[in-house]
Design a protein around this ligand. Structure first.
Ligand code: PEP
Ligand code: MN
Length: 263
């Protein structure tokens, strides 16, 4: 993934939607797939803002085993159905390589590797063997060089469709969920030719922080954003505190257009 051997910026083709290059892409959607209705409404709002890519987790890496773990395969089915209605590409997290065939069955467009899996090397090798775009989130305590090496595990298998995603790192600070490392954006852009996106939702952890963090990421040169948006954040089954409602999401899209060319 190094720039040494590859000078120009790589652009990842996600079913006809390009990530990287001149335009900023925004991936919006709920933390997790809850119900068909929730996904239908969310997809409609994502599509209304002009976005082509939607997020939603069917397999959730929850801190506690006693909380909602995601709807699993049924969640993928609901997600695919909602996304197809609005011609959206889908982004969803893979935690276990044994689910890859199921991901293929529902034609998942982008496989997300979560922060907790960044150094699950066997999982990285498996997604390296297929030809699907992969969003590789930064481990919550990973250095940039560890992150780059994790990407090498994917690339070594032949899959060069890798998108780096900064989602905040752990520090001593407790006023927000994680520290969004803006500094990593120019560093990664220098070190790798792959696109770099930022997830301001899991960084700040609070809805009101998300727009400011999102704008900072784009101003610093990120190629896109991964943003949690829920039709009714107060009722979200997961990460309710950080989800934007549809109006807030639309207004964020408007303010980003003042900084960069979006979609
Ligand atoms: C998510 O995107 O919903 C998620 C679980 O993110 P992370 O792996 O960054 O915590
Ligand atoms: Mn989440």
């Amino acid at each position: 993934v190094s720039r040494e051997s590859h000078k120009h910026d790589s652009i990842i083709n996600i079913g006809g939607t390009l990530l990287g290059g001149a335009k900023v892409q925004v991936i919006g959607g709920p933390c997790s797939v809850e119900t068909q209705e929730q996904m239908d409404v969310a997809a409609q709002h994502v599509s209304d803002t002009g976005c082509k890519l939607m997020r939603g987790g069917a397999f959730k890496p929850r801190t506690s085993p006693y909380t909602f773990q995601g709807n699993g395969e049924e969640g993928l089915r609901m997600f695919r159905k909602a996304a197809d209605k609005y011609n959206l590409r889908i982004v969803t997290e893979l935690m276990d390589a044994r689910m890859l065939d199921t991901f293929m069955k529902y034609d998942v467009d982008v496989i997300q590797i979560g922060t907790r899996s960044m150094q699950n090397f066997e999982l990285l090798k498996e997604v390296g063997r297929i030809n699907k775009p992969v969003i590789l989130k930064r481990g919550m305590s990973a250095t940039i060089s560890e992150w780059l090496m994790a990407a090498e595990y994917i690339a070594a298998g032949g899959n060069h469709n890798i998108i780096f995603c900064e989602r905040g790192i752990r520090t001593f600070e407790t006023a927000y969920r994680n520290v969004m490392d803006v500094t990593c954006i120019p560093v990664l852009k220098k070190e790798t030719h792959m696109p770099v996106i930022v997830d301001p939702s899991h960084a700040g952890g609070k809805t009101w922080m998300v727009p400011a963090l999102a704008r900072a990421a784009i101003a610093a040169g990120a190629d896109g954003l991964l943003v949690e948006m829920h039709p009714n954040p107060c009722e979200a089954w997961c990460d309710a505190d950080q989800a934007l409602n549809p109006q807030e999401f639309a207004s964020l899209m408007g303010s980003l257009r003042g900084i960069a060319e979006v979609i």
